[in-house]
Design a protein around this ligand. Structure first.
Ligand code: 5GP
Ligand code: MG
Length: 181
């Protein structure tokens, strides 16, 4: 049976307007890299709204990106070093492509590191990365994104595609769950 709707106190961290302005400047930065036939690879599920806005911003900046998805799950929490598992791999031929990985949050760094190595091993020419939020305080891997939307405090955030138990993805802003530490 489905869970009832969740209800936590949520404090707005970045408003819809602030996000839209930042997504546009991220797209401008990506457009300046003069990628050849860029392929956006969005990491599911959390990045789906960010990726949807980003590709339309890329269009506004003159790019014609293709889009594919990789569905990754990591086990054991951010700092325990559990493995990253592929629930659904990219379907495109990556060989020789200029790829931009799009993810919601760079936390421990394990997900981004895994995705980057996966796409490189499939023969990508260039692998860039664009994350909406960077939780620098929690990094355990040596990895940085090429494009970052915002710094993120070491708090649990939801909205704009990001969930708590599959709730709150629909929020148009990014918010902090106030009771979750
Ligand atoms: P990493 O592999 O870098 O530790 O984990 C990154 C993933 O953890 C993100 O793509 C995201 O799915 C999840 N994550 C990390 N912090 C948060 C958070 O505060 N809120 C939500 N909803 N997901 C998070
Ligand atoms: Mg994620």
């Amino acid at each position: 049976m489905a869970e009832p709707p969740a209800s936590h106190p949520i404090a707005v961290l970045y408003s819809a307007e602030t996000i839209a302005a930042r997504v546009d400047s991220l797209a401008r930065g990506i457009a300046q890299r003069e990628l050849w036939a860029p392929l956006i690879v969005a990491v599911l599920k959390g990045s789906f709204i960010f990726a949807a806005d980003l590709i339309r911003a890329l269009h506004a900046h003159g790019l014609k990106p293709e889009i594919d998805f990789i569905f990754l799950a990591s086990y054991g929490g951010g700092t325990s070093g559990g493995p990253v598992e592929i629930l659904r791999d990219v379907q495109s031929d990556i060989t020789g492509r200029d790829v931009v990985i799009v993810d919601d949050i760079l936390d421990s760094g394990r997900t981004l590191l895994f995705a980057r190595e996966r796409l490189r091993s499939k023969g990508a020419r260039t692998v860039l990365s664009c994350v909406l939020l960077d939780k620098k305080a929690r990094r355990t891997e040596v990895v940085a994104a090429d494009f970052t939307g915002f710094e993120c405090p070491d708090r649990f955030v939801v909205g704009y595609g990001m969930d708590l138990g599959n709730h709150y993805r629909e929020l148009p802003y990014i918010g902090i769950i106030e009771t979750a530490g």
